[in-house]
Design a protein around this ligand. Sequence first.
Ligand SMILES: CC(C)(COP(=O)(O)OP(=O)(O)OC[C@H]1O[C@@H](n2cnc3c(N)ncnc32)[C@H](O)[C@@H]1OP(=O)(O)O)[C@@H](O)C(=O)NCCC(=O)NCCS
Length: 240
Amino acid sequence: MSVEVWIAQLNLASASLTPADFAVLSKGERELAARFRQNDDRLRFVVSRVLLREALTSIAGVASAPRDSWRFIYEPGCKPRLCDEQAARYGLHFNLSHADNAVVAAVSPTSEVGVDVEPLDGPGTSDSDESLFESVLSERELEALRRLPAGTRREDTLRMWTVKEAYAKLVGVGAELDFDDFEVAPGPWRIAREPRGYAGAPRARIETRELMLGKQRYHIGLASRAPRTLSEAAVLRLVG
Ligand SMILES: CC(C)(COP(=O)(O)OP(=O)(O)OC[C@H]1O[C@@H](n2cnc3c(N)ncnc32)[C@H](O)[C@@H]1OP(=O)(O)O)[C@@H](O)C(=O)NCCC(=O)NCCS
């Protein structure tokens, strides 16, 4: 196993958090959760932490690492990571993404990972949003999109975006990375050019998955330097 992708499907209309959900969080995470103004944001935050702990415990073994034992380091703007002691002990890497009713945790014992999930229909995919993507995709990427069937161009733009975000999250600098400095390409999705100073060995590999959660289609982009493909993504938790 190189990368496991764990997915929680939320039903925001009916989902609620239980004391058991909060019980596994650290004090700092409970404080962060309390600061959200929007309940949906709090829900995604808490569920992502619960899901992540389930994934880590499943891989590390419940006897050595129960769900409430995991500790993370959060620094503003930076990729969350395991505390140094657990990182050295278990050698696990992870990344999180959440959007609408989807919460995704990617965990790997062999490589850093970056994951991004986006809904393919609904808000964020209107024609007027296409200019938004033009500012973050390179001319060559936009050209590649124009060569794809016109009927699926909006979706393909979003797919390309998840791949690009996943790579940015793999290297861990998020929006600080110059998005013109690296390129992704379709068919199959791949990193066509890594940014200066970030190219690593082995090369970054991209995998994607599409799935229905409720009535919404989601696209997941996953970037890693793991030698093998990810195990099958499946919805492992339903909330609400
Ligand atoms: C990382 C980022 C691009 C993802 O944003 P997004 O697509 O809107 O949201 P997603 O749901 O896909 O991902 C959010 C998750 O990515 C993770 N994340 C945050 N920063 C990250 C980073 N730099 N690299 C990788 N992952 C990061 C977090 O777990 C976060 O979830 P949380 O807020 O519940 O902890 C965005 O948060 C960002 O631009 N951050 C600023 C980057 C920055 O300032 N870096 C400074 C140098 S370290």
